[in-house]
Design a protein around this ligand. Structure first.
Ligand code: NAD
Length: 486
C-alpha cells in the first residue's frame, strides 16, 4: 500500500465525519510489521473551534435529557461495544503493538467505565438537610457544566479515553476527545461504534492532532475542563495552561513504580506477578513495575527467578498465537528505550539480560526490544530515577523495609507501588507509610477498577480529583447549593 491511497482520518464533529483543515499528516504504522495503516491529520485551531462550537450547541438539549434516559444511551453503548469487542481489540493490537490478550483486557477495563456510568441517576444524586435554620432547608444538586475535553496517550488507545467521556456525557456534558496521534484508529472506530448507540450529534466529538490542537483546547473560552493523561512534562504544561485559562483540570502524568519483595514472600507466585508487571505491554504502562527493591536475602533467589521468567517471554506480533510480549510503539520510542539501556551501563549498573539485539525473524523491521534486566541499580542513577516506559527492569537490594520505603520516597513520581510479603504487619506498615497513591499487596499491577479513583501523587498527578470512581462525577459537575424558606 502506498501513502497516496492510504486513508486519511477525519474528525468527528457535530455528528459528522469532516476533513480537518489543511495541515500536516502523520503516517500511522503497525509497530510489529511496520505496515502503514492510515494517515492522521494534525488538526489546527480552526478544527478545534468547530468542534467546540458543535459541542456547545449540543449542550442545552443534552443536559435537559433526564439522567435515566442518558443512562439508556450508555446501556446501548455497552451492547454495541460488546458486539464490536473483538474487532476493536484487533485494531488496538495493530496500531499499538500490545498482544491481543492485553488489548482485550484493556478494552474490557474501558467498557467497565461505561457500565459504571450507567448508574448515573444514582451517582449524580445530591443531598438535602432540612432546617439548617428554623424553617430553612438546604439541598445541593450536581449539574453538568458544558464542554469538557480529554487528551490521551498512546499506551491504552481505548481504555484511557473511556476513563473520561462516558462519565462526562452521562452527567449531561458534551465532549471532545483528542486521542493520541500515535494511535488514532481505535478512537475513530469507537466513535463510529458509539454512533450506533444513538447519541445526539455534538455530544461526543473527536479532533485528531498534536500540540496545536491541545493548546487550542486549553485556551478555548468555551471549554470548561480538561482531563489529561500522558507524560509528566506535558501533564504539567496542561495543568498550568488550563488553570491559567480558568478551567478545571485533572492531569495524570508519568511514573516510576517500585516493587518491594520481602524475604518472607512466596517467591514463586511473586515472580509471575512481577514479571507481568515489568514486561506486560512491553513495559508501556503507567502501572508497570520498573525497579524491584528486594530486601535482605530475598535478593539472590528473586533475581534468579526473575531472569528465568524474563527469558521465557515470547516476543512477537501481538496477533500471532503464543506471543507474550509485543513491540514498543514506534522506532522513535525504541531509540529512547535503548538510550536508557546505554545510560544504565554508563552509570555502572550491571546488565544481566540485554534485549537490545533481540530480533523477531518474521518481522525484521518491527520495533522490538527484548526483556532487559539490570542489577545493582541505585536511586540516583538515571535508570533508577527516570521513567523508561519500555521492557527494561532494574533489580536493587536494600537492608529492610524501612530502607525500601526510603528509596520509594526519594522518587519524584508517586503513581503505583507494590509489596510482596506474607506478613500482614509489613504490608500494613508499607501501605500506611508509603507516599504513593495506588498500592498493590501481593499484586504487581495495582489498577483501581472503574468504581474507584485512579491517579497518583507527586510528579505523577497534577490536580485534585482523579480519574473515574466518584471523583469523575465531582470533576464533571458543579455542586449547586439551594437554600429555601417558604
Ligand atoms: P505524551 O505526553 O507524549 O502525549 C500525551 C498526549 O499529549 C497526546 O495526546 C499528545 O498529542 C499530547 N501532547 C504531546 N506533547 C504535547 C505538548 N508539548 N503540548 C500539548 N500536548 C502534547 O505521552 P505518551 O507518550 O502518549 O504516553 C506515555 C506517557 O503517558 C507515559 O509517561 C505514561 O506514564 C503516561 N501515562 C500515565 C497514566 C496515568 O494514569 N498516570 C496512564 C497512561 C499513560
Amino acid at each position: 500500500m502506498t501513502t497516496s491511497v492510504m486513508r486519511t482520518l477525519r474528525n468527528y464533529i457535530g455528528g459528522e465525519w469532516v476533513d480537518a483543515s489543511p495541515s500536516d499528516c502523520l503516517e500511522i504504522t503497525n509497530p510489529a510489521t511496520v505496515e502503514p495503516l492510515a494517515r492522521v491529520p494534525l488538526s489546527t485551531r480552526r478544527d478545534v473551534d468547530q468542534a467546540v462550537a458543535a459541542a456547545r450547541a449540543a449542550f442545552p438539549a443534552w443536559r435537559a435529557v433526564p439522567p435515566v434516559v442518558r443512562a439508556r444511551h450508555l446501556f446501548q453503548l455497552k451492547q454495541v461495544l460488546e458486539q464490536h469487542f473483538d474487532e476493536v481489540s484487533h485494531i488496538i493490537t495493530r496500531e499499538n503493538g500490545k498482544t491481543l490478550d492485553e488489548a482485550r483486557g484493556s478494552l474490557r477495563r474501558g467498557i467497565e467505565n461505561v457500565e459504571h456510568a450507567c448508574g448515573i441517576p444514582t451517582l449524580m444524586m445530591g443531598r438535602t438537610l432540612e432546617d439548617i435554620a428554623a424553617g430553612i432547608d438546604c439541598e445541593y444538586v450536581h449539574q453538568p457544566l458544558g464542554v469538557f475535553a480529554a487528551v490521551t496517550p498512546f499506551n491504552f488507545p481505548a481504555m484511557v479515553p473511556m476513563w473520561f467521556w462516558p462519565y462526562a456525557i452521562a452527567a449531561g456534558n458534551t465532549f471532545i476527545l483528542k486521542p493520541s496521534e500515535q494511535v488514532p484508529l481505535t478512537a475513530t472506530r469507537l466513535v463510529e461504534v458509539a454512533q450506533e448507540a444513538g447519541l445526539p450529534p455534538g455530544v461526543l466529538n473527536v479532533v485528531h492532532g498534536g500540540k496545536e490542537a491541545v493548546d487550542a483546547l486549553l485556551a478555548h473560552p468555551d471549554v470548561v475542563g480538561i482531563s489529561f493523561v500522558g507524560s509528566s512534562a506535558v501533564a504539567r504544561h496542561v495543568y498550568e495552561e488550563a488553570a491559567k485559562h480558568g478551567k478545571r483540570v485533572q492531569a495524570l502524568g508519568g511514573a516510576k513504580n517500585h516493587i518491594v519483595v520481602l524475604p518472607d514472600a512466596d517467591l514463586d507466585r511473586a515472580v509471575t506477578s512481577v514479571t507481568e508487571s515489568l514486561f506486560g505491554c512491553a513495559g508501556q504502562r503507567c502501572l508497570a513495575g520498573s525497579v524491584v527493591v528486594t530486601t535482605g536475602n530475598a535478593y539472590a533467589p528473586f533475581r534468579d527467578r526473575l531472569l528465568g521468567a524474563a527469558k521465557n517471554l515470547r516476543l512477537g506480533y501481538g496477533l500471532d498465537a503464543g506471543v507474550t510480549m509485543g513491540p514498543v510503539v514506534s522506532g522513535r520510542h525504541k531509540e529512547r528505550v535503548l538510550s536508557y539501556v546505554e545510560a544504565g551501563r554508563r552509570d555502572g549498573a550491571e546488565l544481566l539480560l540485554d534485549g537490545r539485539a533481540t530480533r523477531v525473524e518474521r518481522y525484521p523491521r518491527g520495533h522490538f526490544v527484548g526483556p532487559t534486566v539490570f542489577d545493582g541499580v541505585r536511586p540516583e542513577m538515571t535508570i533508577g530515577r527516570e521513567e523508561i516506559f519500555g521492557p527494561v527492569a532494574s533489580v536493587t537490594r536494600v537492608a529492610d523495609l524501612d530502607e525500601a520505603i526510603d528509596v520509594i520516597g526519594r522518587s519524584s513520581y508517586g503513581n503505583a507501588t507494590s509489596i510482596f510479603t506474607t506478613s500482614g504487619r509489613a504490608a500494613r506498615e508499607f501501605r500506611y507509610r508509603v507516599g504513593v497513591s495506588m498500592i498493590g499487596v501481593n499484586l504487581g499491577i495495582a489498577a483501581p477498577m472503574a468504581f474507584f479513583p485512579f491517579g497518583g501523587t507527586k510528579g505523577s498527578f497534577f490536580g485534585d480529583l482523579k480519574a473515574h470512581g466518584q471523583d469523575a462525577i465531582e470533576f464533571y459537575t458543579d455542586k449547586k447549593v439551594v437554600m429555601s424558606r417558604w
